[in-house]
Ligand binder design. Structure first.
Ligand code: TYD
Length: 384
């Protein structure tokens, strides 16, 4: 393993505090590269039970996510010729924001699997059958084979990648397809997305590493496309091995080879670019504060926790963070202890740091009356 970046001892990104005096646990956060399989991972494994049994992330809060889900479901129903007999499974099904679109389209046989009790309950209450478990090979006995398996932004969260992928192989019908979306490591590096690195995210994928992972577990990446979601992701169509790799797959693989994504050199300058970004953003915020300006942040995203902790910026600079998630409102960002308030308490600050920068269009549109300036931190600080 070769070191890419060290972010020191940091709190868990979604472990919001109930009071500013509460003490949070800290864990080392180091990103490393494996020259054998080209995968980038963190070194510390925090127990999945601690990270995911109760989850503060509700996909339905974001219209962008809902539209993304609806669009994908439409494409799958048409492209895979799904009908009322089809069986669809979603891994990491959250509050049912995606599977409900299948039901509405007359495909009732859906199953969500999600380990977080609180979100699984919301899904069940809205009529989505949900198994509240961690998915892996061991769980497959209980599950009927599926025509479509979907796992959006889930694979990176899984400590046992082999068990997870073998599990998919077992529950996928012979001509079934698994749709896997993962944040793309190339976008993380290019766009300097340092705040996407945290303990929930074990793995950071290039297509090269994904092709290896699936091939080693008897599956094949059959199609791939780059999509914008979560700061830049890959969407893969994965199935039982059959034909040669498709043209777009080969094109991206070739590009990665040219870029040298299978070597540590590709990641060499990432650490210094992250440092530069942190320095310029902190300088900007401190400068405005020195002029007596009021600054707040928008989005108590896990990314927000990471960015504020990386900058070492707390209430001396940022008065509060706005977020629409009911379970986050009234809590405090771990590490920096900035309070979280609901969007109707946004007030009239001079600047809003968009910590949920991946939803900047949606959030900016929601606040047409805001007279100050938005600061978008990534890939370099700029005004929105
Ligand atoms: P997100 O970027 O989805 O994820 P992560 O936690 O993995 O970094 O988090 C976005 C946060 O922003 C989430 O807490 C919900 C919040 N949000 C709002 O408060 N209002 C909005 O309009 C949107 C789109 C998101």
């Amino acid at each position: 393993m070769q070191l890419v970046l060290s972010l020191g001892m940091v709190p868990l990104a979604n472990a919001f505090l109930s009071s500013p005096d509460e003490l949070e646990e800290r864990f080392p956060l180091e990103l490393v590269f494996c020259p054998e399989c080209s995968l980038v991972q963190i070194t510390e494994t925090v127990s999945p039970g601690v990270l995911f049994s109760q989850y503060n992330y509700f996909s339905s809060v974001s219209k962008t996510m809902l539209a993304h889900a609806q669009d994908l479901v439409g494409k799958l129903i048409e492209g895979q010729h799904l009908n009322k007999e089809s069986h669809v499974i979603e891994l990491g099904s959250n509050d049912g924001y995606l599977l409900r679109h299948f039901q509405q389209a007359g495909i009732p046989n859906v199953l969500g699997i999600d380990p977080a009790q609180n979100v699984a309950e919301v899904a069940r209450a809205s009529g989505i059958p949900t198994l509240c478990e961690f998915f892996g090979e061991a769980l497959t006995e209980k599950i009927e084979p599926a025509d479509v398996v979907i796992a959006l932004n889930v694979l990176g969260h899984v400590p046992d990648l082999t068990g997870f992928v073998r599990g998919i192989c077992k529950i996928l019908k012979p001509d079934g397809v698994a749709i896997i979306e993962v944040p793309y490591a190339r976008d993380m590096v290019d766009l300097c997305e340092l705040d996407t690195i945290y303990h929930e995210h074990h793995s950071y994928f290039s297509l090269t590493s994904l092709v290896n992972l699936f091939r080693w577990n008897k599956l094949q990446v059959q199609r791939v496309e780059r999509i914008d979601i979560h700061g830049g992701s890959l969407r893969l169509w994965v199935g039982h091995p059959r034909e040669n790799y498709s043209r777009p797959t080969l094109k991206i693989l070739k590009r990665e080879m040219v870029l040298g994504i299978d070597r540590i050199e590709y990641y060499r300058h990432f650490a210094s670019r992250v440092q530069e970004l942190g320095y310029s953003l902190k300088h900007l915020l401190r400068g405005f504060k020195a002029q007596g300006k009021q600054i707040i942040a928008y989005g108590a995203a896990a990314k927000g926790t990471m960015l504020l902790n990386y900058l070492g910026v707390g209430t001396e600079t940022i008065d509060y963070v706005v977020d629409a998630t009911p379970s986050k409102i009234g809590k405090y960002v771990p590490g920096v202890r900035v309070p979280i308030v609901s969007p109707d308490q946004i007030g009239n600050p001079d600047f809003i740091l968009l910590t949920a920068w991946n939803f900047s269009d949606e959030i900016i549109q929601k606040h047409p009356g805001f007279k100050g300036r938005w600061i978008i931190p990534i890939p370099r600080p700029r005004f929105g």
